[in-house]
Design a protein. Structure first.
Length: 212
């Protein structure tokens, strides 16, 4: 019994220590010791945030889950490449974005050789039908929100990959210009110019699709 209590107290003390460590300290300490609890603590901090980012970026929750798992594996494999003095969050998004790009390329190749596969639009139609026939309260309101989300996705599809990456990181994830620049390995000025170009494009698409 005493041993159980001691183990619990030791685990609680370790969790408190991990909670006080910065992201960078957790990763560097994990790299030095291989302590999986440090890695788990780091992943837990970004689990929801990163998954939501990948869902928006990829537009497919199933693919986002796969890429999230791949990102965690890459963090483990590449932790020795992390440079002391660098910020962890931009580096994390760089790894996740590259993993998402690779997943999109694989998906496009797969769809190219699977001509009988259902088109992307069928997924959205199925979701809309499910909402309309569901027993949830106010299904029409839910459908309206879905259509709004579809418009946003369609609008983002009008952007180049470079502009879309900047929008996702700066607007949705709240990264600062410098952090987004580090994540994408581009100058800060390029981040600003791509974001401005994206805003102009989105405004043009809004005017075109909502013209009276």
């Amino acid at each position: 019994m005493a041993t159980t209590i001691e183990n619990f107290q030791q685990a609680s003390f370790q969790q408190e220590q991990e909670a006080q460590m910065t992201d960078e300290q957790l990763l560097l300490q994990y790299r030095a010791t291989g302590d999986r609890s440090l890695f788990s603590a780091l992943v837990h901090r970004y689990e929801r945030e990163l998954y939501n980012y990948l869902c928006r970026y990829l537009g497919k929750p199933e693919m986002a889950e796969d890429v999230f798992q791949a990102t965690c594996m890459l963090l483990h494999q590449k932790c020795h490449q992390f440079e002391e003095g660098r910020r962890f969050r931009p580096w994390l998004y760089a790894v996740a974005t590259n993993a998402a790009i690779d997943a999109q390329r694989r998906d496009k190749r797969h769809r190219a050789v699977s001509l009988d596969r259902a088109g992307a639009g069928s997924d959205d139609s199925a979701k809309l039908v499910d909402i309309l026939v569901s027993e949830d309260p106010d299904p029409l309101s839910q459908a309206s929100r879905l259509e709004s989300g579809e418009w946003v996705q369609q609008a983002l599809d009008q952007l180049s990959d470079q502009m879309r990456n900047v929008v996702h990181l700066v607007y949705y994830q709240g990264l600062k210009y410098r952090e987004a620049a580090d994540a994408l390995d581009i100058p800060v000025g390029t981040v600003k110019s791509r974001l401005n170009a994206a805003i102009r494009k989105l405004n043009e698409y809004w005017n075109m699709t909502h013209a009276e």
